[in-house]
Write a protein that binds this ligand. Structure first.
Ligand code: MLT
Length: 268
């Protein structure tokens, strides 16, 4: 069921499932040009887990932010936790959602029982990536959103999966086209200007999950694995044959890893 609240003057939507008696939920943040529906393939496999899935500002049913910045996405997480009277959570983010989760971890480490980076990493953008993002902003603002989105999604999957399941790729393209220009532009600007979070990972007291795809070209495991040495406790998984989209490419394993991590972080 969809719930809404206000954060920074904008409507934020979130979706709750599982047993609300668990005081420490698993909060899931989607990636760029997606929304909370991204996690749907995992829900039947996360039955024992209390989950909160948030539409980040500018995506799904959440209004675009008034100004860009990763802090806006972290504020949305805070607002949902405050609304529900939740002190601590296990916060897991896919790709851009991971960048938002790290921003949350920098400002509210005491509210984390665990942090999950799903096909994500703590490093800031390279100059080349910043240029790509600016090209994306220019394209989307030049009324070429549909083309931009159509080019974005196929490359997120391992080639064999994209070939075998074009309907999955196309469903994400259709969903991406529904996202507003203002949300896409704010996200691109927020990612371009985001801070390096290696210090955040070093400072965190809670366990950190790294869930990576062997064939991910957006977050290559070789690069992301260097971050796994930073936290005090790391749980590390590289999914064989998987690209950037483990929730579609390996849903059973992805759900199992998230569920085990949540259980580990919330054990009494
Ligand atoms: C995402 O999937 O959220 C983005 O590809 C992340 C990025 O571009 O850095």
């Amino acid at each position: 069921m969809k719930n809404t609240l206000l954060a920074n003057g904008r409507r934020i939507a979130y979706y709750a499932s599982g047993d609300a008696a668990h005081t420490v939920p698993l909060v899931l943040l989607h990636g760029f040009c997606e929304d909370a529906s991204l996690w749907r393939p995992l829900l039947p496999r996360l039955r024992g887990v209390r989950t909160l899935r948030i539409d980040l500002p500018g995506f799904g049913a959440s209004q675009p932010p008034l100004a860009p910045g990763m802090a806006i996405y972290a504020d949305a997480v805070c607002a949902v936790l405050n609304e529900l009277g939740i002190d601590r959570c296990v916060l897991a983010g896919h790709s851009m959602g991971g960048y938002a989760a790290l921003e949350f971890g920098r400002h509210h480490p005491e509210r984390l029982a665990g942090l999950g980076l799903v096909h994500s990493h703590p490093f800031e953008d390279t100059p080349e990536r910043k240029e790509n993002r600016q090209r994306g902003i220019d394209m989307v603002q030049a009324r070429k959103k549909n083309l931009y989105v159509a080019q974005l999604f196929p490359g997120l999957f391992a080639p064999a999966f994209a070939q075998a399941h074009p309907e999955v790729v196309q469903a994400l393209v259709r969903n991406g086209r529904r996202q507003p220009v203002a949300g896409i532009v704010a996200a691109l600007k927020s990612m371009m200007d985001r801070a390096d979070h290696t210090g955040t990972l070093r400072a965190l007291q809670c366990p950190v999950l790294f869930l990576l795809g062997e064939q991910d070209t957006i977050v290559p495991p070789r690069q992301a694995l260097t971050a796994a040495a930073l936290p005090r406790v790391a749980d590390l998984h590289v999914l064989p044959g998987v690209g950037h989209m483990g929730m579609f490419e390996a849903p059973e394993r992805t759900a199992e890893i998230l569920s085990d991590f949540w259980t580990f972080c919330t054990r009494k």
